[in-house]
Ligand binder design. Structure first.
Ligand SMILES: *[C@@H]1O[C@H](CO)[C@@H](O)[C@H](O)[C@H]1NC(C)=O
Ligand SMILES: *[C@@H]1O[C@H](CO)[C@@H](O)[C@H](O)[C@H]1NC(C)=O
Ligand SMILES: *[C@@H]1O[C@H](CO)[C@@H](O)[C@H](O)[C@H]1NC(C)=O
Length: 482
């Protein structure tokens, strides 16, 4: 019998990244029992509790072929105090320091079972970890938890800098539009991830470095599926990137969040009492919080639309503090007693939301979302139309893709960004009219979503696009190793 092949995964220690890594590892070892997977878990600095809880809850259900190795804490300064929005410089420094911990951990693995390491799979946001694979002479792969479009854009922005001498800082707060390979429409600069095109040029240096490095990998795995992003994925076939494998959608289908089940079942019980497709669901991800004026506008937009609603609400934290993901939003302080009284029969306001279970519920008719890629995939999986309200990171790009490229959603905003100074409040009339459009049965986006939902599920089935792509990846991994 052939010896097992070990793959080491290095995800970012953020929940979305970790969950899709583990889901992929499950597919891999489930498909081919020659593989075993070790996931190296960096300590902090972001969302540490969610990560710990997740690992705790998922560990019990994993086969012996997947295991977690917790890296030690980074000693001293920078890991303890971190800015509210980690800058690329800060991030890079932390990753450089993590590298030596990862090197040690991988050495340990090799010592305990020599000759089995078939590759190291690093997160797209820390490709410098590929150095560890290079030192050991093993293949490295890159794993992207965001869209193929985001990957294409990253490569394009690197090419602009390296081959055309473009200074990306000129795209900060600019009305320019970019022609990007793989995109059908030109891409407005205002939907580029703000961290990539900051005025100081810090982000552009960082993505250039990451993208150059990613080109040297043996393959790039993307949490997407062919039918959703075929145009982009086909654009990678020009030989300037490593093979791109579509491996998604990777979703947390068995909801590993046991510690929160009481509040989850309360929400689901409430949904059980609502008519089919009657409820608008609002949820803005782990850092999506609004100031009180914006919250009031959302409230009146919702009420005036007349639709039922389930609203996962977070208030902006005091300046300079990181929003936490706990349920302590005290919405009685923001919303009037009268509003709460008038809507008590048709609306439910919650803190944390069991998002996947909510989207799976037949009472949900539409989703107002921050358009995190993971949430976008979850919504498609359940065929729920999205109204876009991006908050930060690459979410504006995702919103642009949903609205303009895929024509699959309703636009509330595509360029809202929490990090921009003086963001405009979105008024209640606008919110109301977009909710009406989102919930309208005759809106053609419903048909598109229904068919994408089908494609999405087929992709992972025998012979489906992602299923075949993973099969190809397995073959290539074995070839690259031997
Ligand atoms: C997606 O995000 C939600 C909320 O942030 C999280 O609970 C879930 O585990 C994530 N799923 C994946 C596959 O990353
Ligand atoms: C709403 O207000 C009415 C009249 O003041 C009161 O009778 C009712 O109990 C209130 N309902 C809720 C759910 O608070
Ligand atoms: C492809 O689908 C088949 C049938 O569901 C499954 O047994 C197999 O593990 C899948 N392969 C991959 C790579 O996911």
């Amino acid at each position: 019998m052939m010896k097992k092949l070990e793959l080491v995964f290095v995800p970012l220690p953020a929940i979305g990244h970790l969950v899709s890594t583990v889901e992929f590892a499950k597919l891999l070892v489930g498909r081919d029992d020659r593989f075993s997977v070790t996931v190296l878990v960096m300590k902090g600095p972001i969302l540490q509790t969610a990560v710990t809880n997740y690992i705790h809850s998922v560990s019990a259900s994993l086969s012996g072929s997947i295991r977690f190795v917790h890296l030690p804490h980074l000693d001293s300064d920078s890991s303890n105090s971190h800015p509210s929005s980690p800058s690329p410089v800060y991030f890079h420094n932390v990753m450089e320091r993590q590298k030596s911990l990862i090197r040690d951990a991988v050495h340990q693995l090799i010592l305990s079972e020599p000759g089995r390491l078939a590759g190291i799979v690093v997160d797209l946001l820390c490709t410098s970890m590929m150095d560890v694979a290079d030192e050991l002479g093993v293949p490295s792969y890159v794993f992207s938890t965001s869209s193929a479009a985001c990957l294409a854009l990253m490569f394009h922005l690197q090419t602009l800098q390296d081959h055309q001498g473009v200074d990306l800082t000129e795209f900060a707060d600019s009305d320019a539009e970019l022609v990007v390979p793989g995109f059908v429409n030109s891409v407005p600069a205002r939907v580029l991830p703000a961290l990539w095109v900051d005025k100081e040029g810090v982000g552009s240096t960082a993505i250039r470095r990451e993208a150059r490095r990613a080109r040297e990998a043996k393959g790039i795995l993307v949490n997407t599926f062919m039918e959703l992003e075929s145009h982009v994925i086909n654009s990678f076939a020009n030989g300037t990137t490593p093979p791109v494998y579509t491996v998604g959608p990777l979703l947390n289908l068995n909801h590993g969040d046991h510690h929160k089940q009481d509040s989850a079942s309360d929400v689901i019980r409430w949904l059980d009492d609502q008519p089919q497709s009657s409820v608008v669901f609002l949820c803005f991800g782990s850092v999506g919080a609004f100031n009180d004026d914006q919250i009031k506008n959302i409230a009146s937009g919702l009420e005036n639309s007349g639709y039922r609603f389930l609203w996962s609400l977070r208030r902006s934290p005091p300046k300079g503090m990181i929003p936490d993901s706990s349920d302590n939003t005290n919405f009685e302080e923001v919303l009037s007693k009268e509003f709460l009284n008038r809507t008590s029969e048709i609306g439910k306001i919650i803190g944390w939301a069991p998002q996947m279970e909510v989207l799976a519920h037949s009472a949900i008719g539409g989703f107002i979302s921050h358009c995190g890629w993971n949430s976008t995939l979850e919504s498609i999986w359940h065929g729920v139309p999205i109204a876009t309200w991006p908050i930060y990171a690459e979410q504006q790009l995702n919103a642009f893709q949903i609205i303009t490229e895929l024509e699959m959603g309703v636009e509330i905003k595509i360029d809202y960004n929490k990090d921009r100074n003086n963001i405009d409040l979105i008024n209640s009339q606008e919110i109301e009219s977009r909710i009406r459009s989102l919930m309208d049965d005759s809106n053609p986006i419903r048909k598109k979503l229904a068919s994408m939902k089908e494609n999405c599920r087929k992709a992972l089935m025998e012979g489906g696009s992602s299923n075949s792509s993973i099969q190809r990846l397995i073959g290539d991994m074995i070839t690259n190793f031997s």
